[in-house]
Write a protein of this length. Structure first.
Length: 275
């Protein structure tokens, strides 16, 4: 019974949150930033600060969907020696202590293709990965990739943008699992402030075509915005503000970095929970 639970961490997470009338807080950090030795402590710190799911970036030399903040995080992680294999080692080390919190890897096709899709999917499952979001993977090109991940019980999560048409959104949602990631602003990560009314309208439209939970990311920087988004979405995804805090404290000890992130994330959790 325990094994079955573990293999469906994302679904179980959203089911339990719905039961207690709460929304998922989903922080993003880049694995290996500022060094691979920091990341496991950072992940545990995020959970202690109220995270329900962790999105873990896999550094790539050409992260075209990301703004300067996460581009620089990729550069720091690569300079510190992060690799795809080391990202999986980090997840496995995290799993040795935390076997409940879902972990979603986020990155680009090129490093996974180089690693080998089938080999990667098997290794990811063994490490304890629950989902993967490949920014440049389109549904049309995903057939073989989808099979590799579904056979290994790994959810394939897709991005939906404000410019995505309903017909295309239907196609994407039909192939997605775990949750869908709605990009709340036009542009790269770290872009302009979001329009919560527009987000609500788009999320309402998406609910008519999918039963999957909907996470909203890009532009969420403070507790008030996190709360406003949580009122219409199932999950609030927070990235650039956390990655900025890591950059500001990159020369500090693990404890200092973890506290800097807690100072950002914990107030968001409290505001989302009306505390």
């Amino acid at each position: 019974m325990g094994l079955k639970f573990n293999m469906n961490r994302i679904k179980n997470c959203f089911t339990e949150l719905k039961r207690i009338n709460k929304k998922a807080l989903i922080p993003f950090v880049e694995a290996g930033d500022p060094s691979p030795n920091h990341t496991v402590d950072i992940m545990h710190g995020l959970v202690a600060s109220g995270a329900n799911i962790i999105e873990l970036g896999m550094a790539f030399s050409d992260p075209m969907a990301d703004g300067p903040v996460i581009q620089l995080a990729c550069e720091r992680a690569l300079a510190a020696g992060i690799t795809v294999a080391k990202v999986l080692d980090i997840v496995a080390e995290f799993r040795a202590v935390d076997n409940t919190t879902p972990v979603v890897l986020m990155g680009y096709l090129n490093p996974i293709e180089f690693f080998g899709y089938e080999k990667f999917a098997k290794a990811a499952k063994e490490a304890g990965v629950d989902g993967i979001l490949l920014v440049d993977l389109t549904p049309e090109e995903a057939t073989d990739v989808v099979e590799c991940f579904t056979q290994n019980d790994i959810d394939l999560i897709y991005l939906l943008a404000p410019t995505t048409t309903i017909s295309r959104a239907k196609k994407i949602c039909a192939q997605a699992s775990g949750y869908v990631y709605y990009v709340s602003v036009k542009g790269v990560t770290g872009s302009a402030a979001l329009d919560v009314d527009s987000v609500r309208s788009h999320v309402d439209s998406l609910r008519e075509i999918t039963d999957l939970p909907i996470g909203v990311g890009f532009g969420i920087r403070d507790p008030e915005t996190a709360k406003a988004v949580s009122e219409c979405a199932d999950g609030v995804i927070v990235g650039s503000v956390l990655v900025n805090a890591i950059a500001d404290n990159q020369a500090q000890s693990n404890d200092v970095v973890v506290k800097a992130l807690a100072d950002i994330l914990a107030p968001m959790r409290a505001c989302m929970d009306n505390k």
